[in-house]
Design a protein around this ligand. Sequence first.
Ligand code: NAD
Length: 424
Amino acid sequence: MSNSELRRTSELQLLEMAQRFFDAAADQLGLEEPLRELLRYPKRKLTVIFPVQMDDGSVRHFEGYRVQHHPVLGPTKGGIRYHPQVTIEEIEALAVLMTWKTAVVSLPLGGAKGGVRCDPTQLSLGELERMTRRYANEISPLIGPDIDIPAPDLFTGEREMAWIVDTISMHHQGQYMPGLVTGKPLVLGGSEGRDTATGRGGFFIAQETLKHLKRSLKDARVAIQGFGKVGSNLAHFLQQGGAKVIAVGDVRGGVKNEAGLDIAALQRHVKESGSVVEFPGSEAISNEDLLELEVELLFPAALENQITVDNAERIKAQMVIEMANGPTTWEADQLLYERGTLVVPDILANAGGVTVSYFEWVQDRSFYFWTAELVDRRLKRVMVKAFHKVLTTHLQHRVEMRTAAYMVAIDRVAQAARARGLYA
Ligand code: NAD
């Protein structure tokens, strides 16, 4: 299969998987058919095709998307990704996941996602800025601080968010609108703690998961697949909390040290060399073997579809905490549940990022900014409360943590939809 065929299969799988998880939870909840019908479809899907002037004077057209899944609880929220193979199906699946993610942590938001089909590594800084500003202009009828609030995702960050907020603010007589996007630089109304929020949230979830299983973080053996923004921060917090991070991997390979890797030194090594591989004092390990290590905690923090029917039987971790979106397939999830492995699903485990994004939006709306300590305390409160709500549902209904998380999320959205009624 070619790369693009593989990617298409995985997009369809993502959408299909999100649908399967939804159906399983909706069955458990006994969700009425009209509500299933209502929540199955996104509210808006926008495709835009727009011209950008390139540095050599030529004009190229780009295709971009914005999908809003469900705004029943409040404005929609979700990142914007730049990728050569991004499609509307992928964006739709991710928008749906955002609805359940925001609902499981009880944020007053719905889900959305956006993207532009481009290879950002092949664009100059000027081309990237002109493309970003033009895309922002094209989706401007759909976004706004009270409607839909974008954020960074693959290949976008603070810089792109600053361009977007500037572009739209210029359409409003230059009136600065910081609540329009999150993930902005601090000086433009970003939030303390946003850059480490997903890893920090995963750390709180790990603490609660261990407590539930009457285990301690001290000396717990940990393996992490992915050492980017999420994986490296998570590794730092886990080590600070007393855990032994014995293996981490990135796209080029993995490293292992039974005595525990020195995460600060590893972060310096990655900064200098661009990868974890050849970290002094460690032995090499493949990404496949890393997933199958005998550890208490395994964190997939890189890509989707990493734990599948092909390797699920060999996963020896007692707990799998999903930091990446969609790292475990439906079938593998069932296998792990039957074997007694506790899998904390992505929509709960990696919701720390959107939670602090929500905090950023709240701060922007009042023009009053919180300390890093306050952000951290409030993040912990949200994550711990959501974890216990999901855990209680898991225990009461005897379903996987994933189905329990979807049940909590769908129930919240369904309650709001019932209360509002259908305006038909
Ligand atoms: P990132 O780009 O900063 O890091 C990704 C890491 O995964 C890198 O270390 C990369 O080398 C590694 N990787 C890529 N391909 C790999 C492969 N084939 N095998 C092993 N490792 C591989 O991305 P990130 O922001 O850390 O995001 C990681 C995951 O977490 C993604 O699935 C993302 O969607 C999800 N996520 C991120 C956030 C956030 O706030 N950044 C929030 C929610 C979910």
